[in-house]
Write a protein that binds this ligand. Structure first.
Ligand code: ATP
Ligand code: MG
Length: 430
């Protein structure tokens, strides 16, 4: 069943006028979409704005840097034409899923366009990638995760101007959005794909959503059946990675505690008021430009800060983290041990010597995670003393004629600048 603008109007305020919301997109995004749609139309392919992009437009929040388009037709052929006619670059393509990810070369800058063939999915077993076959949009919406993501708007072009069809909302997504509710589409949803539990966590934390009772009951059954344990480490790790990019990773952990799934992410991981406060301090320092170290890395450090030594080791063994992230977790453990002795260090030169081996990220995490004299002292070192250290390492100094020995050790400071990001991947293809 497709619900058009008639019943849509019953559920929502005039702020949800579809043509109005699409006109909220910036002019260069609209121009690009119009060009894509014109090429699709010439190939007799119907194309729809779908999923999170529609949800965010209806909410009036920034639709982010990716636009999801559902394509009723051959994605490979369409992609090939788009790449020859528009300033787009191919980032990834899964022909078996009928998906392609493109990125803009010019204006709008670095906008990601995800194209996915409309399809039905069949999950032969829990937690495995689905078998798929092409299907019209109405069936494609049925395979989606939540009612608020099972939304679509058909796009047309006339005289190079972008036009929209009605809002397609078969599961009452607009109603759920207005009521801030999270609802799966069928009782097998979490069994089919348990990553939806983790996707739901992120969404619920970001948009302050509550599970409807039927979905809460299905979640509880899915946890009892341990479906999350069937997911590959890579897929859970990818969700962790996406979590770090959320406006408040701590809020996601708080939901994870409420939903009783924190231990599936990392044994020992849990929310506390201290974590929330530390995150606020960190957010403020990042927003005001007091620190420039990668936010992604700092949040990862903060979330693992309260793990005990055994949980930290288990975490490192379980996931295959990018080097800078695993190193950070190790360093935080070592700093934990050093912390009780920090206040006993008398001279700044001795403090410098003790903290020199640690990265900025590790020191900043400890500084923002705690509010104790010891963590303040670490903050003072990393923010005030370390920047005064020469940005030359031992080899630079040797090249300048300083001979190896104590003098060189004193002169060469370790002052790494970290811009690490943990690149998340779409492991499922649209
Ligand atoms: P975000 O704002 O985090 O990008 P999103 O809803 O756009 O949220 P995407 O990962 O970009 O999330 O996925 C786009 C759409 O694809 C979703 O809105 C949803 O309709 C569908 N989708 C993605 N992953 C799944 C999944 N595991 N199961 C069902 N549908 C999914
Ligand atoms: Mg998206």
């Amino acid at each position: 069943m497709l619900v058009g603008s008639g019943s849509f109007a019953q559920h929502c305020s005039p702020a949800y006028d579809v043509s109005m919301v699409v006109s909220e997109l910036s002019t260069d995004v609209q121009r690009l979409l119009a060009a894509i749609v014109a090429i699709a139309q010439a190939q007799h392919i119907r194309i729809f704005l779908v999923g999170g992009g529609v949800r965010d437009l209806l909410l009036g929040v920034d639709a982010g840097r990716d636009i999801d388009l559902a394509v009723e037709g051959d994605v490979s052929a369409l992609t090939a034409t788009l790449l020859t006619q528009l300033p787009l670059r191919l980032v990834a393509q899964h022909t078996s899923f009928g998906t392609a990810t493109l990125i803009t070369n010019g204006s709008p800058a670095r906008l990601v366009i995800d194209l996915a063939r409309t399809r039905v999915e069949h999950y032969p077993q829990p937690a495995v990638l689905p078998e798929i076959s092409p299907a019209p949009l109405a069936e494609d919406l049925v395979r989606r995760d939540f009612s608020i993501n099972a939304l679509a708007i058909e796009l047309f072009v006339d005289n190079e101007i972008l036009h929209t069809g009605e809002l397609i909302d078969p599961f009452g997504g607009v109603r759920d959005l207005a009521a801030r509710q999270l609802r799966i589409l069928h009782p097998q949803s979490f069994r089919d794909d348990p990553t939806r539990i983790l996707r739901g966590l992120r969404l619920a934390a970001r948009l302050d959503l509550q599970l409807v009772p039927t979905t809460a009951a299905v979640l509880s059954d899915a946890l009892a059946a341990e479906y999350l344990g069937l997911l590959s480490v890579e897929r859970i790790q990818n969700e962790l990675c996406l979590m770090l990019g959320e406006p408040s990773p701590a809020a996601v952990v708080q939901r994870a505690d409420t939903w009783r799934v924190s231990s599936a992410l990392a044994p020992g991981l849990h929310w506390s008021p201290a974590l929330a406060e530390a995150e606020l301090r960190l957010q403020h320092a990042l927003a005001t430009g007091q620190i420039t170290t990668s936010a992604n890395l700092l949040f990862a450090g903060l979330l693992t800060y309260s793990l005990n030594a055994a949980a930290r080791t288990a975490f490192l063994q379980h996931y295959r983290l990018p080097t800078e992230f695993s190193r950070l977790v190790v360093e935080i453990g070592a700093l934990h041990e050093l912390l009780p002795r920090i206040m006993a260090i008398k001279y700044e030169s001795a403090l410098e010597q003790s903290l020199r081996p640690f990265s900025d990220a590790a020191l900043l995490v400890v500084h923002y995670a705690e509010q104790t004299p010891a963590s303040d002292r670490i903050g003072h070192y990393v923010q005030k003393l370390r920047p005064l250290a020469p940005l030359l390492d031992g080899r630079d100094l040797q090249r300048l004629g300083v001979s190896p020995g104590p003098q060189l050790r004193r002169a060469a400071r370790y002052a790494p600048r970290c811009t690490a990001r943990w690149p998340c991947r779409n492991t499922r293809g649209g």
